[in-house]
Design a protein around this ligand. Structure first.
Ligand code: B12
Length: 214
C-alpha cells in the first residue's frame, strides 16, 4: 500500500526533478516487498495522471512533464530485478504475448506496464514500445507466432490507427486473440471494438490480472 504521505512526498520530489531521491523512495518500497502492480498504479500511474493535468492547465511546462516522464521510465527499470525474480518463481504458463502501442501512439509507459503484468503472471512477454508501424507488427507476429497480442492507445485521435492495427491482425492471423486498452477509451471506442471477433477491450490492470492470473 502507498500512503497519501508517501505519494505526496514522491510527487514533490518528482516535480522537483530529484531523480536520486525518487529512486531511493522506490527502492525502499521494493525492499519492503511492495506489490508491483500497486507500485505501478498507485505511485507511477497516479503521479503521471496528476502531472498530465498540471500540464493541461498550464501549471507546468512541457519540459517539466518530459523530465517527470523520463524519471519515471528510469524508475521502471529499478523494478525489473524484482519483476524477473517474482516472474521466475511463478509457474510459466507456456503462453507468449506481444504488447505494442498503436501506430502514431507515443505514450508507452502504460503498454510497458501491461507487458510486465503478463511477465509476472507466467507469460513470455515481449514489448515493442511506441508507434509500431502495422506492417512491421504483422511481420513480427509472423516470426514470433504469439498466443496473444495486446495493443495500447492513449490519445483518442489514434483510435483509427488502433482499429487499422486490429483489422490487419485479424485479417492475417484469423485465430489470434487481441486485447486492447489504454486511456483513449475514456473518450469512447469500446463499442466499436465489440464488432471485431476475438478482440476484447480491457479497462484496467486489475481486470487484466483477473483474466490472465497464473
Ligand atoms: C508522458 C505523456 C506524454 C509523453 C509520452 C512519453 C512516453 N515515453 O510515454 C509525450 C511527450 C510523448 C506525450 C505526447 C502527447 N500527449 Co501526452 N501525456 C503524457 C502523460 C503526462 C502521462 C502518460 C502516462 O504514461 N500515463 C501513465 C500510464 C501508466 O497510464 P496509461 O497510459 O493510462 O496506462 C494504464 C491504463 O490505461 C492501462 N492500459 C494502457 N494500455 C493498455 C493496453 C491493454 C491491452 C490493457 C489491458 C491496459 C492498458 O494500463 C496502464 C497501467 O494501469 C499523460 C497524462 C495521463 N493522464 O496519462 C498525457 C496525455 C495522455 N497526453 C495527451 C496529449 C494531448 C498529448 C499530445 C497530443 C500533446 C501534443 N499536443 O503534442 C501528444 C501526442 C503524441 C502521440 N502521437 O502519441 C493527453 C491526451 C488527451 C486525449 N484526449 O487523448 C493526456 C491525457 C494529457 C492531458 N491531461 O490532456 N505525452
Amino acid at each position: 500500500m502507498i500512503t497519501e504521505d508517501v505519494y505526496q512526498n514522491y510527487l514533490a520530489l518528482l516535480l522537483n526533478g530529484n531523480r536520486r531521491a525518487c529512486s531511493r523512495m522506490v527502492q525502499q518500497l521494493l525492499d519492503r516487498d511492495i506489490d508491483i502492480q500497486t507500485l505501478y498504479a498507485d505511485l507511477f500511474q497516479k503521479s503521471l495522471y496528476e502531472v498530465g493535468l498540471l500540464w493541461e492547465f498550464n501549471r507546468i511546462s512541457v519540459a517539466k512533464e518530459h523530465l517527470v516522464t523520463a524519471i519515471t521510465e528510469g524508475l521502471l527499470n529499478l523494478v525489473y530485478p524484482r519483476l524477473f525474480e517474482k516472474a521466475g518463481s511463478c509457474s510459466r504458463n507456456g503462453g507468449k504475448v506481444i504488447t505494442s502501442c498503436a501506430a502514431n501512439e507515443f505514450h508507452q509507459i502504460g503498454g510497458k506496464m501491461v507487458a510486465d503484468i503478463f511477465e509476472l503472471n507466467g507469460w513470455d512477454s515481449q514489448f515493442l514500445g511506441a508507434n509500431t508501424p502495422v506492417d512491421h507488427m504483422l511481420a513480427h507476429i509472423q516470426d514470433e507466432n504469439p498466443d496473444l497480442v495486446s495493443l495500447s492507445v492513449s490519445v483518442y485521435c489514434n483510435m483509427p490507427a488502433l482499429k487499422d492495427g486490429v483489422e490487419a491482425i485479424r485479417g492475417n492471423f484469423h485465430h489470434l486473440d487481441i486485447l486492447v486498452g489504454g486511456q483513449a477509451f475514456n473518450w469512447g471506442g469500446a463499442e466499436i471494438i465489440k464488432n471485431y471477433p476475438g478482440t476484447t477491450y480491457v479497462p484496467s490492470l486489475d481486470q487484466l490480472t483477473s483474466m490472465i492470473a497464473a
